[in-house]
Ligand binder design. Sequence first.
Ligand SMILES: [Zn+2]
Length: 249
Amino acid sequence: MIFVFVFIFGLALGSFLNVVINRLGSDKSALKGRSVCPHCRAVIAWYDNIPLISFAILGARCRSCHQKISWQYPLVELGTAIALVLLYFRFDIMPTFWGYALFTAFLIIIFVYDLKTYLILDRVSVPAMGIACIVSILLGRDVVSLLLGATLGAGFFAAQFFLSGGTWVGDGDIRLGAVMGLMLGWQLLLVALFIAYVIGAAVGIVLLASRRKQASSQVPFGPFLTLATFVTLLYGQELLTWYVNVALL
Ligand SMILES: [Zn+2]
């Protein structure tokens, strides 16, 4: 039954992350102040701000101006709730769960913001590095592995960035590589990079096949990296053990 509470907590956290994401790019960076409709600036009442439910009841339209409400809201709420439930099933309500939940909140912000704007902001990735360090050290990770991971993660993308003159990856990916290394350590960082490229290739093929994108068009890489990091938090150790066993047989 606890997972129901975790799910509801995830919905509320997702609702908060939506506010953070929407105010990141604007000068209204303060999180204080009521949420307003981006079209008509009407203040959104509390009963129109209930995760998932309000979106469904309002039929995805603003109560006052009837303009469409972005699908970002319910998707981030649901995505955050599912992510936390997965962490709960994997780690129970232990320090590991809370540490990873906090870190996952940063991953979700980076995922959505990069998808929307093709940018990974320093004011998200730099605090994420701090959180990754603190959580990793509290969980007793090997500091040498973390530092190696950060160097490897940042170096991997820095090399691509400078070789391609910034066309293959953005400079935000360099900082994200460091975030991943600080959270995962160097061994699991490699697992996460591998997963990111597998997901990226799969999505790329689907987009090309459905003619949503041309081969030359830009696709932000941050969403693949953050998703892969989350999968690695959940199952990376098992994947690594399985791979090493297979490779050594
Ligand atoms: Zn409106």
